[in-house]
Design a protein around this ligand. Structure first.
Ligand code: S3P
Length: 432
């Protein structure tokens, strides 16, 4: 009881927001910058790395494999081990809450000449690993796991690995990246085929060959693409920026500048959807680093209306759906999403989490296997929302609470540390 109280975070109604934020690095790009730096031989430097727990989990796993790293002038310096030069781990590799760590490392570890076991927290231990186990096994990787094919997952050294041509049955950048990482250890090319484009940081950062034919993308990796040591600048996390973007759009008389936000085209669906809803978002100072585009966003108070969300854009906005629903419910009084069953296997079952919290507000809510709808007038002006220990649910309802007459509270709010430990300070700096 006491514990629950300590972790419940209250948010009061806000009037306006103003200021500027330089958010820490994008979580997906940070994971990859760490993994590629550890794989490369020699010294790499990473600037503006995500300070969330998830990326820390990736770095900790590589620490178990003998990689040394240290912080110097706010940059992470990594001494990469080079091709198959890692130490066999003495302990389990703990991916914590991070699906990206578990799935990408499953691919990387499949190509190593030692046994290793990936474990995770309660949430991650329920998330599907079959989606990586199946195609990696086709390449010759050897696993043992429970009949449910969830963590713990033991990866045995493979007798022989061979490249595959794999047409992805689920739209998942984690699965794609796991296979491409294994492919980096093989002389001949592995080819991944995507019908629905997912985030492309792995191929962009490694400079992989990508061909487009008849609406499909063919992505190739082989030993010649194995990463070398380099300096990285990680653009700010667009998924974290989305919370402050929606906060500014919904507040009156407000303007916020978000600096050097990732503008990778496989991630900017949230900006396109919000603009189609009437959002005023200006993009300036565009630049690239490590082939990744970024720029500053100027966001202003806007009148939002709801729009239909098409199937094709779902993989691009998959992590932003919780906050997008808040923008739509508060901006226009309704929201509907379909074709998004992947939301059920994220850090929480995000469909049932969103449905639960919108019901608390007294809205008309309908749940579907692949989505939900919410509409109507808010009845409860001081709810206690449940985070379901899911950082994006916690932050989405934190933003919503700031527009309720009497504010709102979020239980187990500390889970925001997964992607953005400084969320509260950032809110405070814009509202003071
Ligand atoms: C990620 C891919 C997405 C996304 C996750 C990060 C990545 O997951 O939801 O937050 O960095 O590759 P899926 O691959 O399961 O779609």
């Amino acid at each position: 009881m006491v514990n629950e109280k300590i972790m419940t975070q209250e948010f009061n109604k806000i009037e306006k927001v103003k200021g500027e934020l330089s958010l820490p690095g994008d979580k997906s790009i940070s994971h990859r910058a760490v993994i590629f730096s550890c794989m490369a031989k020699g010294t790499s430097k990473i600037e503006n790395l995500s300070n969330g727990e998830d990326v820390r989990s990736t770095l900790k796993c590589f620490g178990e494999l003998g990689v040394k790293s240290k912080w110097e002038n706010k940059k992470l310096i990594i001494e990469g081990k080079g091709f198959k030069n890692f130490n066999a781990p003495l302990n389990n590799l703990d991916a914590g809450n991070s699906g990206t760590t578990a799935r990408l490392l499953a691919g990387f570890l499949s190509a190593q000449p030692f046994e290793s076991t990936l474990i995770g927290d309660e949430s991650l231990s329920q998330r599907p690993m079959k989606r990586v186990i199946e195609p990696l096994s086709l390449m010759g990787a050897k696993f043992s796991t429970s009949s449910k094919q969830t963590l713990p997952l033991t990866i045995h050294p493979a007798e022989k690995l061979s490249p595959i041509i794999y047409d992805m049955p689920v739209a998942s950048a984690q699965v794609k990246s796991a296979l491409l990482l294994t492919g980096l250890h093989l002389e001949d090319e592995t080819c991944i085929i995507e019908s629905e484009q997912t985030r492309n940081h792995t191929e962009v950062m490694l400079g992989l060959r990508v061909e487009e034919k008849k609406g499909k993308r063919f992505i190739f990796s082989s030993r010649k693409n194995y990463p070398s040591a380099q300096n990285y600048f990680v653009p700010s996390d667009i998924s974290s920026a989305a919370f402050f973007t929606v906060l500014t759009l919904l507040a009156k008389n407000s303007e916020v500048i978000l600096r050097h936000v990732s503008l990778n085209e496989t991630r900017t669906g949230i900006i396109s959807v919000l603009k189609a809803m009437g959002a005023i978002i200006e993009i300036i100072n565009q630049q690239t680093s490590n082939n990744e585009l970024y720029g500053d966003l100027i966001v202003r108070s806007s009148e939002l209306h709801s729009i239909e969300i098409y199937k094709e854009i779902i993989p691009n906005i998959i992590d932003e759906i919780p906050i997008l629903s808040v923008a739509s419910v508060l901006g226009s009084g309704k929201f509907e999403i379909r074709n998004a069953s992947e939301l059920r296997v994220k850090e929480s079952d995000r469909i049932s989490a969103l449905v639960h919290n919108y019901k608390l507000l007294g809205l008309d809510v309908e749940e579907f296997p692949d989505g939900f709808s919410a509409s109507g007038t808010i009845q409860n002006e001081n709810p206690i929302f449940e985070s379901f220990h899911d950082h994006r649910i916690a932050m989405a309802f934190a933003i919503l609470s700031m527009f309720l007459q009497n504010g709102g509270s979020i239980s187990n709010f500390d889970c925001v540390k997964i992607s953005n430990p400084q969320f509260l300070e950032q809110v405070e700096s814009l509202t003071k």
